[in-house]
Write a protein that binds this ligand. Structure first.
Ligand SMILES: Nc1ncnc2c1ncn2[C@@H]1O[C@H](COP(=O)(O)OP(=O)(O)O)[C@@H](O)[C@H]1O
Ligand SMILES: [Mg+2]
Length: 262
């Protein structure tokens, strides 16, 4: 993959779930080294978009290229591609009966045959990168929500993936922990030379660290530009979303406001 090949390229993508189009006409290019925020109300299709990047959902039509190649549909090729993706899904997915270090070691044990001593050193490096080396032997229940999220981040980084994908990384975190996680996302992106896609409905916490933002609503991309352009946008759809207003051009029927806090 040459250095100017986009890390992700979506071309006229259409994604369906349960026989219904969730997204259509999606075009997106994610340049290497950038952090792209994918914003939009609950139920707008953000997680669906990510599932196309990881190959979990095949496109109804259009093209999905990740790390310079079409996302394969065959399971063996897909496993290979996924080694290059660091995915932090909604919820931490930490195993509660394993320590922080053992959780971070899981992908290394699954995908490499490195000796234990080497794995231990790599794990401590990843925990150090998220500021939690001292918590290596703690169990998830002994960690705060923000610390547990950072352990999950360290685990997503375990195999040194060039592309990090975060789905709602701030859910359940207080404002201080949210700030810590988002500045970590930026710092890791820049120091490790990653590219990051952050899916979230937490606009105000995410925009300050993003290079580019897209807003999805009503089945498509309704805005694509810099965070500054987003804040300045006069588009009523964008304004409704930024201000969190339930009434306006975005149909909230797929996402009752009452359930959004859950
Ligand atoms: N497995 C599924 N089967 C059918 N519909 C689904 C499935 N997953 C999500 N959907 C629907 O697709 C739409 C987008 O969902 P999702 O991508 O999870 O939204 P977001 O992540 O933006 O909150 C919603 O209307 C949701 O109900
Ligand atoms: Mg989602």
């Amino acid at each position: 993959m040459s250095s100017d090949t986009p890390i992700v390229r979506l071309t006229d993508l259409r994604l369906s779930r349960g026989g219904r189009d969730v997204l259509r006409g999606i075009h997106l290019t994610v340049p290497r080294g950038s952090i792209v925020a994918v914003l939009g109300p609950s139920g707008s299709g953000k997680s669906t978009l990510l599932s196309a990047l990881t190959g979990e959902l095949a496109p109804a039509s259009g093209r999905v290229e990740v790390l310079g190649r079409d996302v394969p549909q065959r399971s063996r090729a897909l496993l290979e591609l996924r080694k290059g993706l660091g995915v932090l899904l909604q919820g931490n997915g930490l195993l509660t009966d394993l320590t922080a270090a053992e959780n971070v070691a899981l992908p290394l044990r699954a995908h490499t045959d490195l000796p234990d001593a080497v794995i231990r050193r790599l794990v401590l490096m990843k925990l150090h990168a998220v500021g939690l080396r001292a918590a290596a032997d703690a169990y998830p229940r002994e960690l705060s929500g923000g610390m547990a999220r950072r352990v999950a981040l360290a685990r997503a980084l375990a195999l040194d993936p060039p592309l990090m994908i975060y789905d709602e990384p701030l859910t359940g975190l207080d404002p201080i922990a949210s700030g810590v996680v988002m500045s970590l996302v930026r710092r890791l992106n820049d120091t490790l030379g990653l590219t990051s896609i952050v899916v979230t409905h937490h606009v105000h916490e995410t925009l300050p660290v993003a290079d580019h933002a897209i807003v999805i609503a009503n089945g498509g991309i309704v805005f694509s530009g810099t965070p500054e352009q987003l804040e300045a946008s006069a588009d009523p759809l964008v304004q409704q979303f930024l201000r969190g207003q339930p009434d306006g051009p975005i149909a909230f029927d797929a996402a009752p406001r009452a359930t959004e806090v859950a």
